[in-house]
Design a binder for this molecule. Sequence first.
Ligand code: PGA
Length: 249
Amino acid sequence: MRTPLIAGNWKMNGSSRLIEEFARALEGFPLPPTVEVALLPPFPYILEMQRALQAGGVKIGAQTLNPLRSGAHTGEVSGRMLKELGAEYVLVGHSERRRLYRESDEDVYDRLVAALNEGLKPILCVGETLEERDAGDTERVVLRQVGKVMAPLEPEQRPLVTIAYEPVWAIGSGRTPSPEQAQEVMATIRRYQGGFDAKLASGLRLLYGGSMNAQNAQELLAQPDIDGGLIGGASLKVDDFLSICHAAG
Ligand code: PGA
C-alpha cells in the first residue's frame, strides 16, 4: 500500500561522470517497478541528471531551497527554479543544514511550506544527536522536530510530506541503530501522525537514513514502519545504490 522510496542524497559530491555511470548502469540493470527511486544532486547537476536518468525511471530532487520565490538573496535557489528544472523532491531540515547553516525548526517549516506551494514533494529530515539519545531524549526531540512542522500545516498538506528519520550519530559514521531501535522511533512518528488523522498515519511514507548500505538495507527495510531509505555515502556508488533499490523491491 505504501510505495517504497529510495532517495540518494549526494550532498556536495558527485560529477557529470557519475551521472553517466548511473545512466550506463540503468541501461543494463533496470530499476524494480515496485520502488520509487530519486537522486538529489547538488543544484548544478539537476538538469543534466534529469536528462540522463529520467528515462531510466529515476526522479530528481534537490537538497534544500530558499523559502522565497525570488529576490536579492545572493547564492540562493528558490523552489520555483527547482520546479522549472524538473525537480520533484526536496529535502528540508537535513541535520547538516540544521547544524552547519543554523536552520531552526521555523526555518525548516518555511522551506517545507515553500516547497509545497511550488508543487515540490518535501522530505522532512528529523533525528537526535548521540547526546540526546544517551540522555533518553530521542522521542522528545524527534516529535518536536516533526510537530513544529506538521502541526501548523493545513490537513490537505500533511499527506504530501515524506519524513526521513536520520539519527545524527548514524549519518556518515558507519554506525546504525539496530533495525528494532529504528523501527521503534519510526512507529512513534507514525503514531504521532495518527493524532492528526488515522489515514494520514497509515499513508505516511517514512524513510530511514544514516549509514544505510547494500549490506544492511534489507534488514532495515524489512521493518514494518520503514518504507524506504535516504542514502548518503552509498548513493555515490552505483552498484551499492542500485542494490539498495533492489532490496526495497
Ligand atoms: P549517510 O548519509 O548514508 O552517508 O549516512 C545519510 C544522509 O545524510 O542523508
